[in-house]
Write a protein that binds this ligand. Structure first.
Ligand SMILES: Nc1nc2c(ncn2[C@@H]2O[C@H](COP(=O)(O)OP(=O)(O)OP(=O)(O)O)[C@@H](O)[C@H]2O)c(=O)[nH]1
Length: 616
């Protein structure tokens, strides 16, 4: 055990975690040298296309130091706040971490958040300044920030370029010398912590575990503390970098176990496993990541329901933070209500569904979960606008409605302090204002989650010319004066378009809605009336006058193949249409798209993408 080191790489988005992890794998000959543009650890197509890490990845490396061979288990973690739970799980598996900071950008919002997570776990933190090859790099300034913000000694920091490899050689000896080896003993009863799991079509569920005591090998019978279910182990191994079977996993190691587990739902991240008949105390686990936003999901073509359901279920097997429940909409038919950790998580899910299963889906506007206290003393959580109590019955049935808030941390150059305060001050509560240096400032505000989801980051970026970074964590619930805004087409409510808004914004939102909707609904043979309403009260109205029937349309000559082509095109088009009363509307109207202004001017994901690719 004295020759094992378990370590995570943590950093703000894009500060170079995956690039550094790849370089370390190359240095230890775990993988062959990659081209400059290749990334080994970001395996998912979405990860490669977007240049972000979505899932934490573990890899074991062998490294010789002063004549002794060591095993370093390295976990590359995601930077984005939506995937924070992955970072927490990864940190629990190790004794140390590399805290990477881009030498040109300095400390950013996720640097602060990740530092405190590692600090709370009492891990040995090795600060690493990356990208020192960039002309804009200012290592001296960043070292000052590190000392001022985290009280980290600048002497302990390593300066590298993960891209060119400069200085990377000093990292492995630093890990061996500074990070303590894991504690525990192979002579104890076997116990391990489940840090990740995924579904393999051939082997079934695979568990990624950190062994805290004893050993485990093929043929062992193990049991879960959480469920009490028993399993027989058919394989154990290390991720080196892909699954490499070994004879046994010993205390201190991070590796995988293949149990005879058929259903992913039985693997609960944070669970403890032990040998049947030799029970152990549960290891301190972690809470499940709770969904922060919910959306309705519906097949584009109703015939695709079953296939889409299989795809959604398969995908959620490998991403346990997605919650799935069946749902029906009068406008869109049968579908599901899905819960996600944030907008980026949702949009990554959409991409993965398309990339990995070729499935396209209609996603409605995200809603946050509201807590409702009823007058009869019962409580409930509602995250579907169509289930939200009607305003008319509010006062009689509902005592109180509360909405989730987050504590948002923003870091940006102090030149923009005035404009950020202007953006936040009217609605949000200031918690902290700290100067990280003479030119950089950190602000903490309590912000309703619904407003954060609704392009707050986009507004923050435009107030700071793109320089601000944002991180947030849950901060409980506060009373909210919210109500349901319904959209009606020719008197029929389109449930998929209902949303929950603040009372003070209902009229403005209603007007925005009907105006946008007017531009999206085609003219029909009769007048179409579009209304936004709160309860029975119409707050905005637009109408589209009837068009005159053109009897000669489509009768125009041409050969048969052209007509067939037109007919097929029409058939395809019809699939995308749904009837609301006697009005045909395109399903696309109900679809949430990042930056799609109709429903709630929500564009957090696109702003995030901008943020991710924005070097500033
Ligand atoms: N110039 C320069 N660019 C670098 C260096 N290290 C990483 N990059 C670039 O920075 C970008 C982000 O690198 P990644 O390794 O994907 O960053 P990450 O921290 O893993 O990103 P997330 O997983 O999304 O949080 C890529 O375009 C890299 O090529 C470096 O040392 N110098």
């Amino acid at each position: 055990m004295s020759r094992i080191r378990n370590i995570s790489v943590i950093a703000h988005i894009d500060h170079g975690k995956s690039t550094l992890s790849d370089r370390l794998l190359e240095l230890t000959n775990t993988i062959a040298t990659l081209g400059v543009h290749k990334q080994f650890l970001d395996k998912l197509k979405v990860e490669q296309e977007r240049g972000i890490t979505v899932k934490a990845v573990t890899c074991s490396m062998r490294y010789k130091h002063k004549g002794e061979e060591y095993m370093i288990n390295l976990i590359d973690t995601p930077g984005h706040v939506d995937f924070r739970a992955e970072v927490i799980h990864s940190l629990k598996a190790g004794n140390g971490c590399l805290l990477l900071i881009d030498a040109a950008q300095g400390i950013q919002a996720q640097t602060v958040a990740n530092f405190y997570l590692a600090f709370a776990e009492n891990l040995k933190i090795i600060p690493v300044l990356n990208k020192i090859d960039l002309p804009a790099a200012e290592p001296g300034k960043v070292l000052e920030q590190l000392e001022q913000t985290f009280e980290l000694d600048p002497v302990d920091a390593l300066a590298i370029s993960a891209k060119t490899g400069l200085g990377v050689g000093a990292i492995l000896p630093a890990i061996i010398e500074r990070v303590p080896p894991p504690t525990g003993s192979v002579d104890e009863n076997f116990k391990c912590l489940l840090i990740d799991s995924w579904y393999d079509n051939y082997k079934g569920v695979i568990l990624l575990v950190r062994v805290f005591g004893g050993t485990v090998q093929r043929g062992d019978r193990i049991s879960s503390v959480h469920t009490g279910h028993k399993y027989e182990v058919s394989e154990v191994g290390l991720m080196h970098p892909d699954q490499s079977p070994v004879n046994r996993l010993c205390a201190g190691m991070v590796g995988y176990v293949v149990p005879s587990m058929k259903r992913s739902s039985e693997s609960k991240i944070g669970d403890t496993f032990y040998h049947v008949g030799k029970p152990v105390q549960a290891l301190p686990g972690f809470e499940d990541a709770k969904p922060m936003i919910y959306v309705g999901a519906f097949p584009l073509d109703t015939k695709e329901f079953k296939r889409l359901e299989d795809s959604i279920n398969n995908l959620s097997l490998n991403d346990r933070s997605i919650t799935v429940h069946r749902d029906t909409s009068t406008a869109l038919g049968q579908g599901w209500r899905l819960g996600f950790l944030g907008s980026l998580h949702l949009s990554v899910f959409q991409d993965r569904l398309k990339d990995e299963y070729g499935a396209e889906v209609i996603i409605t506007t995200p809603t946050v979960p509201y807590q409702i206290e009823y007058r009869d003393g019962t409580f409930g959580t509602i995250s579907n606008p169509s289930e939200f109590p009607d305003v008319v019955t509010h006062s009689s049935k509902v005592l109180d409605i509360r909405e989730p808030v987050v504590e948002a941390t923003m870091i940006f150059p102090s030149d923009y302090l005035g404009s950020v305060i202007e953006l936040c001050e009217a609605c949000f509560l200031l918690k902290e204002q700290t100067f990280l240096s003479s030119s950089r400032v950190l602000l903490k505000y309590i912000i309703p989650l619904a407003q954060l989801v609704e392009d707050f980051f986009g507004k923050l970026k435009s107030s700071t010319k793109g320089y601000a970074t944002l991180d947030y964590e849950e901060a409980g619930y506060i009373p909210a004066d919210v109500l349901r805004l319904s959209l009606l087409i020719n008197g029929k409510s389109v449930d998929a378009l209902a949303s929950i808004v603040h009372r003070s914004q209902a009229e403005r939102r209603g007007r925005e809605w009907v105006k946008k909707m007017r531009g999206l609904v085609d003219r029909q043979l009769y007048e179409v009336v579009i209304q936004a309403a709160v309860g029975n009260k119409v707050v905005a109205r637009e109408s589209i006058s009837a068009k005159r029937k053109d009897v000669t349309a489509k009768c125009y000559g041409g050969d048969v193949s052209r007509k067939m082509k037109l007919l097929n095109k029409q058939k395809e088009g019809k699939k995308r249409m749904r009837s609301i009363g006697n009005v045909q509307i395109s399903q696309e109207v109900c679809t949430w798209k990042p930056g799609f202004l109709l429903i709630s001017s929500l564009s957090m994901t696109s702003s995030l993408k901008r943020g991710i690719s924005d070097p500033n």
